[in-house]
Design a protein around this ligand. Structure first.
Ligand code: CP
Length: 308
């Protein structure tokens, strides 16, 4: 396989394992480029990309912008908080105005699940979903699985537990799809109130006890408690959450085995992870960030091959 089957990356659900592997092979080549003294290639020269963010972001927005610039694209950035959205402009009008400036690709983050899918039915530009509400965050899942591959040599056969706020997480759903397509076993672990009722129907194991989950797994991908999405209390307090589900050094040491610790960021230090775990040798949290640029270069490059 040498190209993706679609012109958009809206989620992992509709990608084949072959397509994910193509993205990984392309990302590995771009990672080599990023380690050279001259980190730039001309692949997206004359392509204009708009990063359209209706929600806050540090990693994803900067990582896409850097990936685009490393590929020599022209880049514009839109942030809803300083835009005419504040004056009542609709999503479609906003994007059509951006496209009227001859933009070829849109990278979009939006708080509404399905927003990039809606856009893909109305505009010609390639669309990359940079996170849509509680639905999917495909490039995060790709960089997470790619980081497992780079750290351990394979994704197939690995036991991966996703810990924490599964209910409000777009990272969890995209990770479940990606890991299963690549042949990993997946477990979710968290308080029952933060596990969606349908989650077992996705073919994952469900565990409420963090110690049992860590004893089972090779890799723990620990999610942020998403307080901004919680309209009611799902657990009594952050302190209680950290007592029952927080991962600290004494818990890790008591397992008598090594596990890889991942986190998509931003971390609530002292809540889901203590600093001595987040900053430990077995944590690959900053490797995930580094790999994110190569993964996003690969996605942009491959989708640019499907422009029309
Ligand atoms: N992992 C992630 O999506 O981080 P940001 O919200 O900072 O982009």
């Amino acid at each position: 396989m040498s190209q993706l089957k679609t012109k958009h990356l809206l989620g992992i659900k509709n990608l084949d394992a072959d397509e994910i592997e193509l993205i990984f092979e392309t990302a590995a080549n771009f990672k080599d480029v990023l380690n050279r003294p001259i980190k730039k290639v001309p692949s997206l020269r004359d392509v204009t990309v708009a990063n359209v963010f209706f929600e806050n972001s540090t990693r994803t927005r900067l990582s896409f912008e850097l990936a685009e610039k490393r590929l020599s694209a022209d880049v514009i950035n839109f942030s809803s908080s300083s835009s005419s959205v504040k004056k009542g402009e609709t999503l479609l009008d906003t994007v059509n105005n951006i496209l009227a400036m001859k933009v070829d690709m849109i990278v979009m983050r939006h708080s509404s699940p399905g927003a990039p899918h809606f856009l893909s039915r109305h505009i010609k530009a390639n669309i990359i979903n940079a996170g849509d509400g509680t639905h999917e965050h495909p490039t995060q899942a790709l960089l997470d699985s790619f980081s497992i591959l780079q750290k351990t040599g394979s994704v197939a056969g690995k036991k991966v537990v996703i810990v924490g706020d599964i209910l409000h997480s777009r990272v969890a759903l995209s990770n479940i799809f990606a890991l299963q397509k690549l042949g990993a076993e997946v477990m979710v672990c968290g308080p029952a109130t933060l596990l969606p009722k349908y989650v077992a129907s996705l073919g994952v194991k469900v565990e409420l006890d963090i110690r049992k989950a860590l004893e089972w797994c090779d890799i723990a991908n620990v999610l942020r408690i998403q307080l901004e999405r919680q309209k009611m209390r799902y657990f009594p307090s952050l302190r209680e959450y950290s007592i029952y589900y927080g991962i600290n050094k004494s818990l890790i040491d008591s397992l008598n085995k090594e596990i890889v610790i991942m986190h998509p960021g931003p971390i609530n230090r002292g809540v889901e992870l203590t600093s001595d775990v987040a900053d430990s040798e077995n944590a690959i949290i900053l490797d995930q960030v580094e790999n994110g640029v190569a993964i996003r270069m690969a996605v942009l490059y491959l989708l640019a091959g499907n422009m029309n």
